[in-house]
Design a protein around this ligand. Structure first.
Ligand code: ARG
Length: 349
């Protein structure tokens, strides 16, 4: 596996496993020594590192649109909020999943920015978007789904399995602390990759929690400690068995209204039985191999809209039959890193 060298200047930060961030701490102290954090896109514009060029999103955006997040065009009635991170430093700088294999330094960053901007625009039509500052040392930070798990004003920060992504943990902690969340995390040796592997159902009081590739089974106990205190939610563990679908959100997408879009072949038999025992057949939308391999399950769902990288006519028809409208936004550059639409967002509603 390739190392993380040459990704950018190292950024000084605390060891993610340091005593500042103990298991179960309700308000951990994260003593970061780097510069003050950005708190939105306006701050990003002001505080961009000298050596960085602005993401295309910033260069092309009308200034009044971004200058004050309170004045952006999202009507106040829109209730969903997503966290995204511009792809300023996005790259395939190491290989930690099968999609990255053969794609080292093979990103067209201009195209990546255009594709990311397309997704941002689609989401912003229907929801609020908060932006966090990208970091040169963290080329995968654009995949904010992996920041952690959000429940109301509580945030459980991820414990990445791979060293290459562990540098992101303090940045995500910092953002959520700065935005008034109670931040906690699990034991350092229990890997947990946030909303990549933990998804709330949209119909049932269930948190679907995957293990098998990135997050560990052990994540269940500390998540339960936190969320059962907050809500009466059942945690259902699911085992992922195909290395290409290494995060739950690559093959499983609970939709508003309680439908479930998923790719059955990514799950063990026992896990399929768990899904089928809880989600009635009429609510299950089975994704075929072709769409699954284009990450159609890695969808951003807002109301009746389902935003994906690409979809076949049969996928679009199946979603339409269940009352959803598919919007396609090509994300080929992010697929090279093993991510797509949903991975590029974190629902912080
Ligand atoms: N290169 C990233 C990784 O392997 C992609 C993460 C995709 N994120 C997701 N939520 N599926 O960690």
């Amino acid at each position: 596996m390739d190392g993380c060298s040459g990704v950018g200047a190292p950024v000084e930060h605390d060891d993610p496993g340091s005593e500042h961030r103990e298991y179960g701490a309700r308000q951990p102290t994260v003593a970061l020594t780097r510069r003050a954090p950005a708190s939105g896109f306006a701050a990003l514009l002001e505080r961009r590192p000298r050596h960085a060029t602005l993401p295309a999103v910033a260069q092309r955006a009308p200034s009044q649109h971004f200058a004050n997040p309170r004045h952006h065009r999202t009507p106040p009635s829109m209730s969903r909020t997503f966290l995204m991170c511009p792809p300023e430093y996005f790259d395939v700088a190491y290989v930690i999943n099968p999609w990255m294999q053969g794609n080292m330094r093979n990103i067209d960053n201009r195209l990546a920015k255009k594709q990311w901007r397309g997704l941002y625009d689609l989401i912003q039509r229907q929801a609020r978007v908060r932006l966090m500052h990208p970091e040169p040392s963290s080329p995968d930070m654009v995949f904010t789904a992996n920041a952690g798990l959000v429940l109301e004003k509580n945030f459980i920060v991820s414990r990445f399995r791979h060293l290459e992504r562990q540098s992101e943990e303090p940045y995500f902690s910092e953002w959520f602390l700065e935005h008034g969340y109670q931040v906690s995390n699990g034991p350092p040796d229990v890997h947990f990759e946030g909303a990549g592997d933990a998804l709330f159902d949209r119909g049932l009081p269930v948190l679907w929690l995957a293990h098998g590739h990135r997050s560990m089974m052990g994540a269940q106990s500390f998540i339960a400690t936190h969320i059962t205190a907050l809500a009466n939610i059942e945690i259902v563990t699911l085992e992922l068995v195909d290395a290409r679908f290494y995060h739950l959100d690559t093959c499983f997408c609970p939709l508003e209204g309680g439908a479930l879009l998923y790719y059955p072949k990514a799950f063990s038999e026992a896990s399929l039985a768990s899904i089928e025992a809880r989600v009635p057949e009429k609510k299950r939308i089975v994704c075929g191999a072709e769409d699954a391999e284009a990450f159609a399950c890695n969808a951003v769902n807002i109301g009746k809209t389902v935003i994906v990288n690409s979809a076949t006519p049969s996928f679009i028809a199946a979603l339409a039959w269940h009352g959803y409208r598919v919007e396609q936004n090509p994300l080929s550059e992010f697929m090279k890193a093993g991510g797509s639409a949903k991975c590029l967002t974190l629902d912080i509603t």
